[in-house]
Design a protein around this ligand. Sequence first.
Ligand code: NAD
Length: 228
Amino acid sequence: MEKLVVLTGAGISAESGLKTFRDSDGLWEGYNIEDVATPEAWQRNPALVQEFYNERRKSVLEAKPNTAHFALARLEEKYEVTIITQNIDDLHERAGSTNVIHLHGIITRSQSSINPELTYPINGWQIGMDEVCELGSPLRAHVVWFGEAVPMIETAARICSRAELFILVGTSLAVYPAAGLINYVGPRVPKYIVDPKIPEASVRGPVMKIQEKATIGVPELVDRLLNK
Ligand code: NAD
């Protein structure tokens, strides 16, 4: 089977009701990124950061996968698919995709605040300020904050370098190192971009730009690739 790699961003979950941030006003659900999604924010005001991610988790648990998530899952009928997502939601998994790499973590798990390798399932939607990991340190959301290392980036780069087909959906390609992954994809590999606002980053080789929302553009593209 051909190796197909899909890199997704916040845009694929927008029509499931989960907001992107760069589209609107540079804020994420009304917050400055520096106030909620950095290690410094956690140092300054852990309760605010915890509360912010508890709210995001609640929204994620209430959201449902959309036709774009479901369409990508269908690709496994014909391709060896890896989805590399920048999203912290679990909508790809709930749509049925079986091979998903979360570059920025997943909000449905908690993480030790001193050892990012210690992660745990969460009962319900809230992490309490009194909850601790097995080392006795407070638990936080299992997400990668701005300024933190991205442990999965090397695995993701290797997978991109072996791709035989590549699809990019709903990402502004503004957050590094994720945005650099596209440079690992071979120059002759066919690439498809689905986004109502095609990102300006330069992409090497043959690119088909599908300027549509994910729920329109992705199912159409998947039908085409399954009937190829
Ligand atoms: P971004 O907010 O920077 O860019 C969103 C992209 O999605 C834009 O290119 C926009 O044109 C496109 N888009 C908007 N509506 C769309 C639709 N209906 N269909 C297809 N595309 C659409 O998002 P990013 O590049 O993923 O970077 C944001 C960072 O914020 C990520 O690293 C992620 O961890 C985090 N984030 C995650 C979620 C989530 O998990 N659902 C939501 C918001 C932010």
